[in-house]
Each structure stands twice: as C-alpha cells, then as structure tokens.
Design a protein around this ligand. Sequence first.
Ligand code: MLT
Length: 268
Amino acid sequence: MVRERQETVGGRRVRWLEAGPESDRVLVWLHAFPLSAAMWEPQLQAPPPGWRLVAPDLAGFGGTADHDGPPHIDDFADDLERLLAHLQAPPVVLGGLSMGGYAAFAMMRRHPSRVRALILADTRAGADSAEARANRGRLLSLVRESGAAGVATQMLPTLVGETTKRDRPEVVARVRALIEANSAAGIARAIERLRDRPDSTPLLKAIAIPVLVVAGAEDVITPPDAARELAAALPHGSVAIVPAAGHLSNLEHPQAFDAAVGGWLAGV
Ligand code: MLT
C-alpha cells in the first residue's frame, strides 16, 4: 500500500510517498525533471521485501513548496537531509533518476554520512555544456509562454523510448499527466537549478560506497554507453541496462528495473 504524507519540515510543506514496513533498510527515490514522486508508483507498489521506500517531491514539484531564495541544486540535498532527520532514518540507499541523480550527487557533496549506497539511474555526473545551457534558456522561455503542457509536448519525444512510444501509450499519457500536474513556476526554478549545477565528475573517485548505475537501453538523453563510463569511473560501480526502456526506465519497464535493483540491493 502506498502512503501519502504531507508535513511541515524545515518550515516548508513537504510531501512524500512511502511504502513497505518500518525498517532500518530505507531506500529513497528522487524523481526526474519535470515529474514528481508519483513517477515511482511502480516501485512503491512492489517494494523489495524488508525495505521501506520513501519518495519525496523535490522542491517546487508535486506537493512540496519551493524555497524563497535563488534556486540551487543543493536545495534538494538540504531538503532531503532535513526529511531524513525528521524521519529519524539511518543511512539510506539513495536512488535518483536523471535530475534525481544530480540531487544525489549534491547529497554526496553535502551530507554523505546519510548515504550508504547509491543508485544512479539515467543520469550524468557532468555539468551542462554551453549548448545544453542554451537549450535551458529556450525551455525557460517555453515554460513561461506555454506552461507545463508546452514543456510536456517538447520533452516527451526524448523522455520515453521508442518501444514505449510504440507499445505503451498509457505510459506516455501518464508521463504527460505527471508533468502537467506541476506549476510553471516550479518547473522554471528547476530549470535554473539544472542549468547551474556544478560538475560532479571530480567527486566520483571519492565515492567509496557501492553504486549501481542504471540506464534504459533506448535512453537518448543519457545513453547506455554513458552509464557504462560512469560506472567505470566509480571505485565500486556496477551497471545494469534496462531493455525496451528509454530515459524513464523505472516507469517504462518496471519489472526489469526492479529486478536489476532488487538483485543489487541483496548484496548491499
Ligand atoms: C531529467 O529527466 O531529470 C532531465 O532529463 C534532466 C536534465 O534535463 O538534465
């Protein structure tokens, strides 16, 4: 059963989804841009036995209020630190997909003692290139002009893989609905967080905990080769490629995603 919780944490409204038993084994999932914790529904419906799952809405998404000050990727890490303190959670396995992975790197920079193992799904360590920054500028204009719906139309063709587009229209519709449920203001501030995030590549060698790197076989944003390179740059990295899935590998092929994660978790 998935439990929805909404509380004031650090003076702001924070919403998160939970599943599984009260347990010392806590797995946190951080969502992609521009979705929300609800993208982890397939995982929340079937938690690995004995694990407590926690999936927060990141600042400005879903039911979590944004910060007042200038947006920074570190906001996501500091919020998670406050939430874990609020939950009195022991060190967690932290999983992040794409933007959630950027937040996980921020967590490793700022609050590493909170994390005992990492899952980096469909994400990258590097900062935005000049071209990517220019694209962020265009996306900012789009969200101001056309709102979340315009962003969904622009991003959907690359967010999901070819197999999903061909065979699973209900997944495409679900992703669109998740994006459109967000506010234009929240999406705009997240674009700034993504655009200005630091390069996490120098951090990789110092990540001395087990890391599973996951990528959808059809991910055109962070392709499988990039995942293999990321895993190779980590002292304790391993890689899993999810077949018949694009960038949102957990939503597109939950069975394969969960099998990869479940097998790895058993050894953590
Ligand atoms: C995401 O899925 O979170 C985005 O692709 C991240 C990004 O735009 O860099």
